[in-house]
Design a protein around this ligand. Structure first.
Ligand SMILES: [Cu+2]
Length: 398
């Protein structure tokens, strides 16, 4: 073999090996990467140019009603009417006061460089995988390759190595550099696929259903299990957020309130363009796509306020549609629902059906009079099917 041929065969061996490695690495890393956390809040530069932010305080209740009616592809007329008592009750003095956020919990921290602390079981598992497996592995491999490069550069430099070796094959080394990466990747694949499977696990049938609709540029939340309650959530102006003790550009006028310690079926859809509902500290990110409903389980371990942002470039004010989730123990959540004019899931089917103005819900509930209170009204009102519900499935008009 000539020297040129030697070099060519050596290069072929190397590139073939690298191609296999790269493919395997992509396969293994993909599930983990899919959940990369949302970036820190957007730069404050354009905050002042926000023209459409709702007026805080006294103006809140009428604002909610107008917004709900205005929502282009959103709520039906019936749902808009349902929003009236929802907004009017707290304005008249309901028992709910928004929880004060805890600094550093559920929100970005100054100088933060890694994931936010996690408050869901899946988030804790994912964070463990990142901290205990991925980062140490990446560090060890990078250092190992760096040391090998340095050794080669020094020991085999031209000055010290006038007549290069003509070795082309070494069975032992080739077996090792193929097997070792395969074993490492299999080792990473086990927790990685486990994490992926956890995230795909559907919610139990009796889980509370909540739907988040992305609009240009605010979020609206509907609670089909709670009488079709509708909440419209707009970002607070910076001064107002700071006055209320909330992080600027993350605070909102009306939060998404959820119960803690139970699985929640969180559905997302888009009213106009694709948005993405993302809350880093709860390890939750799900695209909100017009014309379809995505769903994923959300489980919050402890009460608190958790902030997130729209994470899909959705237009000019994409950076100004934050998400604020307030997690409360079940009794306080129920009290919030009642204060907002909603009904509880365990209410009698007849009542629940009456409270839901969707034409689809009423016949469904009537057709199954023998159904138990829990199973009666909920599936029809749950909005799990693409059929129109009180909360307004995405209109195909968009
Ligand atoms: Cu968006």
């Amino acid at each position: 073999m000539s020297r040129a041929e030697n070099t060519r065969s050596f290069t072929r061996t190397l590139t073939g090996g690298f191609r296999k490695l790269a493919l395997a690495a992509v396969l293994v890393a993909a599930p983990a990467m899919a959940q990369a956390p949302a970036a820190a809040p957007a730069a404050p530069a354009a905050a002042a140019s926000a023209p459409a932010i709702s007026a805080p305080g006294a103006a809140r209740a009428p604002d909610v009603v107008t917004r709900a009616t205005d929502t282009a592809a959103g709520a039906s007329a019936g749902a808009a009417t349902a929003a009236v008592p929802a907004a009017a009750v707290p304005a008249a003095g309901g028992g709910y006061t928004p929880m004060a956020p805890t600094a550093g919990k559920g929100q970005p921290v100054d100088g933060g460089w890694t994931f936010q602390d996690q408050y869901s079981p899946i988030g804790e598992y994912a964070l463990w995988m990142h901290d205990a497996i991925l980062v140490p592995l990446i560090t060890v491999i990078s250092l190992f390759v760096l040391i090998l490069l340095l050794v080669v550069m020094v020991r085999f430099r031209r000055g010290r190595n006038q007549t290069p070796s003509k070795t082309t094959h070494n069975a032992m080394i080739e077996v090792v550099w193929t097997l070792l990466p395969v074993l490492i990747l299999v080792g990473v694949a086990v927790p990685s696929i486990k994490l992926l499977a956890k995230q795909y696990k559907p919610a139990p049938a009796n889980a509370l259903t909540v739907k988040a609709t992305g609009n240009q540029w605010f979020w609206s939340y509907s609670y089909p299990d709670n009488g079709g309650l509708e909440i419209v959530s707009n970002m607070l102006p910076d001064e107002e957020a700071i006055k209320r003790g909330e992080p600027a550009q993350l605070g909102v006028d009306n939060r998404m309130v959820l119960p803690v310690g139970e699985p929640i079926r969180l559905q997302t859809t888009g009213a106009d363009v694709i948005h993405s509902f993302a809350v880093p500290s709860l390890w939750f990110k799900l695209d909100a796509v017009p014309g379809r409903i995505n769903e994923k389980v959300l489980f919050i371990k402890e009460p608190g306020v958790y902030y997130g942002q729209c994470s899909e470039l959705c237009g000019a004010r994409h950076g100004y549609m934050p998400i604020a989730i307030e997690a409360l123990p079940r009794p306080q959540f129920d009290a919030w629902v009642l204060a907002k004019g909603g009904s509880l899931k365990s209410a009698k089917p007849a009542e629940a059906a009456a409270a839901v103005p969707a034409p689809a819900a009423a016949p469904a509930a009537a057709a199954s009079p023998a159904a138990s209170p829990t199973s009666g009204a909920s599936p029809a009102a749950a909005g799990a099917s693409p059929a129109p519900t009180a909360s307004g499935a995405p209109a195909p008009a968009a």
